[in-house]
Ligand binder design. Structure first.
Ligand code: ZN
Length: 299
């Protein structure tokens, strides 16, 4: 008898909790539907910036322990020079910037939530010779992936924009919603605070693999391009270098080997067209920049 009464009580409590938690989720959704300051896009983010930064820090620690740093002082200095110039124009707080160049042939770069930026050596030497270009289907002449600081600023600015626009948090929120639906409401809403963290960890694991971000959506790519162009312009780099850089990749897409940068940040003709639309605003920012560097150091 007592057992039945306890079960009933537990059932009522569960329903009350479920309603309360649902109400809290709806309230959080209303409060958390925040506007991206540069583009004005409204989006739902249920993670806090400190949660995102702490997950980013965890990935950064794992990554720096497993991935050797570049010994190339020129590349390392370039990553730090360009990264520092860009971080100085970011107005949001809550970022503790670090810039590292990793010894890897991978052609990619990333910025984790909280401001940890990695650039792989592979981005410097990609497309260094005809044979490599032929592999990716580019025959238009010799060029490197990065011809100058401004092109690196385009990539690093784009990566930083993914972080400052909190695309990771937005994707985690989405993954969390999917996870909640999968788990069923009762189980999810009964979870204690410590279990919530595990849910977020699972959601986070869904969007990253040891810090390497899985492909972004088109909306996020366009937004990161737009904000990244503004950042590079404010940091004094000619934003037209971003168009030049992504056009090189758009041209290489027909080839068999797709560089990692394209698999995580897909380029299509629309993306370059959208970036060109942003140019008037970016050039206006460039004109106002306290120090104009043009293309910066040319490699
Ligand atoms: Zn991207």
């Amino acid at each position: 008898m007592q057992g039945i009464s306890m079960r009933n009580h537990s059932g009522r409590r569960r329903r009350v909790l479920a309603v309360a938690a649902l109400a809290a989720l709806v309230a959080a959704a209303v409060v958390s539907c925040v506007t991206e300051p540069e583009t004005g896009r409204r989006r739902l983010i249920l993670t806090s910036m400190s949660q995102e930064a702490s997950l980013g820090q965890q990935s950064w620690t794992e990554l720096t322990q497993s991935q050797p740093l570049s010994r190339d002082q020129v590349k390392t200095a370039a990553v730090q020079r360009v990264g520092t110039a860009l971080s100085q124009v970011v107005k949001q707080s809550g970022f503790e910037w670090e810039f590292k160049c990793f010894a890897s042939d991978e052609m990619n770069a990333f910025c984790l939530p909280g401001g940890k930026v990695g650039v792989y050596e592979g981005l410097f030497k990609a497309f260094a010779n005809d044979a490599e270009m032929a592999k990716v289907g580019v025959y238009e002449g010799l060029f490197k992936a990065f011809a100058n600081d401004a092109e690196m600023a385009a990539v690093v600015g784009h990566e930083i924009a993914h972080a400052t626009a909190r695309h990771g948090g937005e994707r985690m929120t989405y993954a969390m919603a999917v996870g909640l639906a999968g788990l069923g409401l009762n189980m999810a809403l009964d979870s204690k605070a410590s279990e919530n963290r595990e849910l977020w960890m699972a959601a986070y694991a869904g969007v990253t693999t040891v810090g390497v971000i899985l492909p972004y959506s088109r909306v996020h790519e366009y937004e990161a391009d737009e904000i990244g162009a503004l950042y590079m312009a404010r940091a004094g780099y000619d934003p037209r270098a971003a168009v030049a850089f992504w056009e090189k990749f758009a041209a290489s897409k027909s080839g068999a080997a797709v560089p990692e940068l394209l698999s995580t940040h897909p380029v299509d003709a629309n993306r370059v067209a959208r970036l060109k639309q942003v140019m008037p605003r970016a050039l206006a920012e460039y004109e106002k920049a306290p120090q104009r560097r043009g293309l910066g150091v040319v490699y």
